[in-house]
Design a protein around this ligand. Structure first.
Ligand SMILES: [Zn+2]
Length: 725
């Protein structure tokens, strides 16, 4: 779960944004022209004659009013590159570039190409893992999209396209973040019309899954009372497997006392066989998802020719053997070798990795990220690593909570060259792997920030949110000038220094055991506080990490504005804050606001009915960050559950309803989608006569729909229904 833990999405205006926009076209006001094109009229007549039903009518058949409609395409930057490609529903589609691509040798580019093709080859596994109907639904909708020749200027067609694009975005019929099922904006009548006019068929079962909100309503159910497995729509368990049966099974295969356990259940689906026994359908060659895994392995084997060093090659051979056998010992070996491979300029993750889509936390979702080292940023990390002890010595912790010898957490910035599966189109901005605890302890881990992804987010976000919520022009100018570096430094400090710092008192158990449900938000807040505390320190200038303290001030402005106010636009009115990172940003900000109130450290005020937040005294705020950091470290070091609970529940969970309504309204007016995802670069290889890759060219597609359909047709290896029993 470290991957999820360390996604540092703090304060990025582009990532935390406004309420669900739902369907743009539902807010048309006037001018609903009734304009049946000839084809529909003829078709209607046929329907009428054949079925004696009424003529198709209703909003879906009306022409979409395009006045005041924005597709969300961004303005080109100074180099002519358009970062934001489009926006729909609550989503925006962003493009990213791959800095450093040209610095790679031909062989390294070929390696990136093969790893990217391996990743994409497994794309459909993620759809099937998310829900067993996903491939059928997506392919049926893509067929309609390909073959429909009727009027595409209608409200209904627009809604149809948005529904399909949302499915592409989330690799299935459920929202990637809220887990709720996407409900199509178009009517059942319009859907019938599309089916009939294209000749595409759709079974009643599939129709029900698509259209009935009560069927498969939630991707992952985390409320035990509702049944974790029974209430989840993910496909890690056969439809008739119960939570108890699944838990009992995993318990039965666990080896007691194993000090180097494999990640049980990581690569399989649990089903009942004909005899009613629980069995694993393992993802492997010859097992579940064979046809896709064969392709993944084919590309990994070609990649093997271009590996940069022996460790990288050893890891890749383990990964291939794992896919060939399904043997989780080989997956462990892959991870051990992968952790040791730190010398190459190219790296990747590939496999069934994160388990948060499984309500029981066993089975990994397929994902791949192909990365190129970011040399400039890595130098920054190295500086922090070298000075980790200085930071530890200067922590505001009680002396007994400081480490005598601290080693910074290895952390690197990379630039993404391609992503697939669970990492695409919606992507993490940082990765910390492997997940196996004993491998982390014995062999270490690798942590990376996806630099070009973070950069693309902020390039695409534009200044809308900042202009609306910053309290004056000085703040806007400062954030515009220094915000990007401030964000990078915060992330680096959070990871390298923050998570590595501090120690537990003797005899105190791990935070997971002592602070329990608050351990995650407390640790994230602790790491944020370390970053914030030192961001105003001249030491960072001395180390050459920034050249003015204005960088730190910009981060203070952004962090407090986000934590006190703007991040709640991601929530629906009436919701409380639940996500760990959102919680920690809230409790850090609210605690500091309250403690600094009498001294006027942070000012909150209203101007023309709008609330603004103003950091008045940066040095005093740094002091408050330090006070809170000391206390949070004490809570962790002593395992003080009650104090953790009081802090989080008191400052990080509840939302001021009046402010929430205001923030929702103000951000809605800006029309910025709260969630972003990416169009990937495309690579093309030229091969010599004997088939060897000679040259790879990289381009940046700009159309999301085209890319998704291209992927679906090119990496189309799995059957509609995947099951061995
Ligand atoms: Zn973290």
């Amino acid at each position: 779960m470290f991957y999820a833990r360390c996604i540092v999405l703090y304060g990025k205006d582009s990532i935390v944004t406004c309420p669900h926009k739902k369907y743009l076209q539902t807010i048309f006001k006037t001018m609903r022209k009734i304009n049946f094109p000839t084809t529909i009229t003829i078709f209607s007549a046929i329907i009428f004659l054949v079925s004696c039903s009424s003529l198709p009518d209703g909003e879906d058949f009306q022409t979409k009013d395009v006045t005041n409609f924005s597709s969300g395409v961004g303005e080109p930057d100074e180099d002519g590159f358009v970062w934001q490609a489009e926006q729909f529903a609550d989503l925006k589609i962003v493009r990213y570039q791959v800095p450093g691509w040209d610095k790679l040798s031909d062989s390294q580019q070929a390696l990136v190409y093969c790893l990217n093709m391996a990743g994409l080859s497994g794309r459909d596994m993620m759809y099937d893992q998310n829900n067993r109907y996903n491939l059928r639904i997506r392919r049926m909708l893509e067929n309609i999209h390909d073959s429909f020749e009727g009027d595409k200027s209608t409200i209904g067609w627009d809604r149809f396209e948005i529904y399909l694009k949302r499915i592409w975005f989330s690799n299935g019929i459920h929202h990637h973040y809220s887990n709720k099922k996407h409900i199509p904006g178009f009517s059942a009548d319009y859907f019938s019309y599309l089916l009939e006019s294209t000749g595409v068929t759709c079974s009643d079962e599939i129709k029900t899954v698509m259209l009935d909100p009560t069927v498969q309503p939630k991707k992952v159910e985390l409320d035990g009372d509702k049944g974790l497995v029974e209430g989840s729509s993910v496909n890690f368990y056969g439809p008739n497997v119960s939570t108890k049966e699944a838990k009992d099974y995993f318990e039965s295969i666990k080896v007691e006392g194993d000090r180097s356990p494999v990640e049980y259940g990581l690569n399989s689906r649990l089903v009942k066989n004909a005899a009613g026994e629980i069995v694993e359908e393992t993802y492997k060659i010859g097992g579940l998802y064979n046809d896709a895994i064969v392709e993944v392995v084919k590309w990994l084997k070609e990649a093997l020719q271009f590996t940069e060093n022996d460790k990288q090659a050893a890891a890749m051979r383990n990964l291939i053997a794992y896919y060939e056998t399904g043997d989780l010992e080989k997956w462990s070996l892959y991870n051990i070798n992968w952790v040791k491979d730190v010398d190459g300029d190219v790296d990747y993750i590939n496999g069934f990795i994160e388990v948060y889509n499984d309500p029981l936390g066993y089975t990994g979702s397929y994902e791949t990220v192909v990365e190129i080292k970011d040399f400039d940023a890595s130098a920054r990390m190295a500086t922090l690593m070298e000075n980790a002890q200085w930071f530890e010595d200067h922590m505001p912790f009680a002396p007994e909570h400081k480490k005598d010898e601290v080693v910074g957490i290895t952390y690197n910035v990379v630039n993404v060259a391609g992503e697939a599966g669970d990492a695409s189109p919606s992507t993490p901005i940082g990765v910390n792997l492997p997940n196996s605890n004993w491998i982390r302890q014995v062999h270490g881990s690798k942590s990376v920030s996806l630099g070009n992804i973070v950069g693309a987010y902020s390039k695409a976000s534009g200044g809308g949110m900042l202009d609306e919520f910053s309290h004056d022009e000085v703040e806007s100018l400062r954030v515009n000038a220094h915000g990007a570096l401030a964000g990078k430094l915060h992330t680096a400090m959070h990871e390298v220094i923050g998570h590595a710092s501090g120690k537990l008192e003797e005899g105190v158990a791990t935070p997971k055991e002592t602070i329990m449900e608050y351990s995650s938000t407390l640790e994230e807040g602790r790491a944020d506080l370390v970053a914030l505390y030192f961001l105003l320190d001249e030491k960072l200038i001395e180390l050459g990490l920034m050249n003015t303290i204005e960088v730190g001030r910009a981060e203070y402005d952004s962090y407090i504005r986000n934590g006190l106010m703007t991040q709640i636009r991601r929530l629906d009115l009436g919701d409380i804050i639940e996500e760990s990172h959102m919680r920690n940003r809230a409790w850090v900000s609210h605690w500091c606001y309250e403690k600094g109130l009498s001294a006027g450290v942070i000012r909150k005020y209203k101007r023309e009915g709008k609330t603004y937040v103003d950091v008045v005294d940066y040095v005093a705020l740094q002091g408050l960050f330090g006070d809170l950091l000391k206390e949070v470290q004490r809570i962790k070091s002593q395992g003080d559950y009650n104090a953790a609970k009081a802090l989080v529940e008191g400052y990080g969970v509840q939302v001021d309803q009046e402010l929430h309504a205001e923030v929702l309204e103000r951000s809605k007016a800006l029309g910025i989608a709260p969630y972003g995802g990416f169009i990937n670069p495309w690579m093309e290889a030229t091969r010599s006569e004997d088939g060897t890759i000679e040259k790879v060219t990289l381009s940046y597609p700009d159309n999301f729909t085209t890319q998704m359909k291209h992927y679906s047709s090119t990496f189309n290896f799995l059957p509609d229904v995947n099951s061995l029993n």
